[in-house]
Design a protein around this ligand. Structure first.
Ligand code: SF4
Length: 355
């Protein structure tokens, strides 16, 4: 009897660091990449054997998974595939600059059926402000190559609140994305993460009101194009939602492998340290307590457009006030964040859960 869960594999390699990024990733030589691939495969086999695990969603994230190298990707996917359910969603993140057709073919042959490209913007000045090294033309080539090798499910990341971004430049980025065969968009607000070069010497950024307008405009534009907002920052054509990421918000279990990866398995949350060498030598997991209690389910469920049942709330009347203020909407017992509510989701969720 299998325990069917999700699988996240962290690929912690990037050619160079983008100025806003605090994910665990760094440049690496071929020997390090090969040793890391072997360690991932070892750890995966151990968990599968001991936990009788099977995966119905798999997500290769990073870092830049496409920088692992074609041979290592083949090895890794060959280790994963025998443990996936027959209809598994297998996603790989890819940087448009390194998503060559040959690499995408390796992914497709290895079972990857969904790819997520980090576009962020179609404008050279905005990409330069983020320290990104790809171009809009790289993205178009990468999307075309994915389609050529038979990967039809494609997502694009777009960033809001980039230095120099305007209403007009965002509109151009959204229309650029929509001119490609894309069924899913993740639109994240730029955050100044502690310790990053961008946070240490921030350039002038769009002010808060502008960022709110950019987000609301994104919701309207994508909705008009048939991509519904199904989570605070995620939009999809119906049926094309990320099944793997839905797993996180629906509080369902997953195994995460690699430095800085988090897991929720057998009712416990645990994580690995941000240390590649430690993972290659002897992975040590740190327990992070029990997961999946009602409060966590409410916090995560409120991120989804489906929302939650208001009867879960400690004080269901609290929702009334927020509905009147236009931050929540309701239909019977179901409540969910409006677009305006999604902009202040942390405050709304805290208000609902702590009242
Ligand atoms: S490519 Fe992605 S993971 Fe790598 S540094 Fe840039 S934003 Fe971070």
């Amino acid at each position: 009897m299998h325990n069917t869960v999700g699988l996240y594999l962290h690929i912690p390699f990037c050619d160079a660091k983008c100025v806003y990024c605090d994910f665990y990733s760094a440049p690496a030589d071929p020997d390090t990449k090969a040793a890391y691939t072997a360690a991932l495969c070892r750890e995966l086999e151990r968990w599968v054997r001991e936990g009788q695990l099977q995966f119905d969603t798999v997500y290769l994230g990073g870092g830049t998974p496409t920088l692992l190298g074609d041979d290592n990707l083949k090895t890794l996917l060959a280790a994963v595939l025998p443990h996936t359910a027959s209809n598994a969603e297998i996603t790989c993140e890819a940087n448009p600059a390194s998503a060559l057709e040959s690499t995408l073919r390796v992914l497709a042959d290895g079972g990857v059926n969904r790819v997520s490209f980090g576009l962020q913007s179609c404008h050279a000045n905005e990409l330069a402000a983020l320290g990104r090294r790809h171009t809009a033309a790289d993205f178009s080539k990468a999307v075309h190559a994915a389609n050529t090798v038979g990967i039809a499910r494609i997502s694009a990341d777009v960033m809001l609140g980039i230095p120099q971004q305007t209403h007009q430049s965002l509109e151009q980025t959204l229309q650029f994305v929509l001119s490609h065969p894309i069924q899913h968009v993740s639109a994240y607000l730029l955050k100044l993460e502690d310790g990053t070069p961008l946070a240490k010497s921030p350039p002038p950024l769009p002010d808060e009101d502008t960022v709110c307008d950019l987000y609301l405009h994104t919701c309207d534009t994508l909705r008009s194009a048939g991509l519904q907002r199904y989570e605070i920052s995620n939009f999809a054509v119906s049926g094309q939602e990320s099944r793997h990421n839905l797993r996180y918000w629906q509080c369902r279990e997953y195994l995460g492998l690699g430095p800085a990866a988090h897991s929720f398995l057998n009712g416990r949350r645990f994580y690995l340290p941000r240390d590649l060498q430690a993972f290659v030598t002897a992975p040590q997991y740190t327990d992070d307590g029990a997961g999946g209690d009602t409060e966590e389910k409410m916090m995560l469920g409120l991120r989804l457009a489906d929302g939650i049942d208001r009867r879960m709330l400690p004080d269901p009347a609290a929702a009334e006030r927020l509905c009147k203020g236009g931050l929540l909407a309701s239909d019977g017992n179901r409540i969910w964040l409006t677009d305006r509510g999604a902009l202040v989701s942390n405050a709304v969720i805290t208000d609902l859960i702590c009242s």
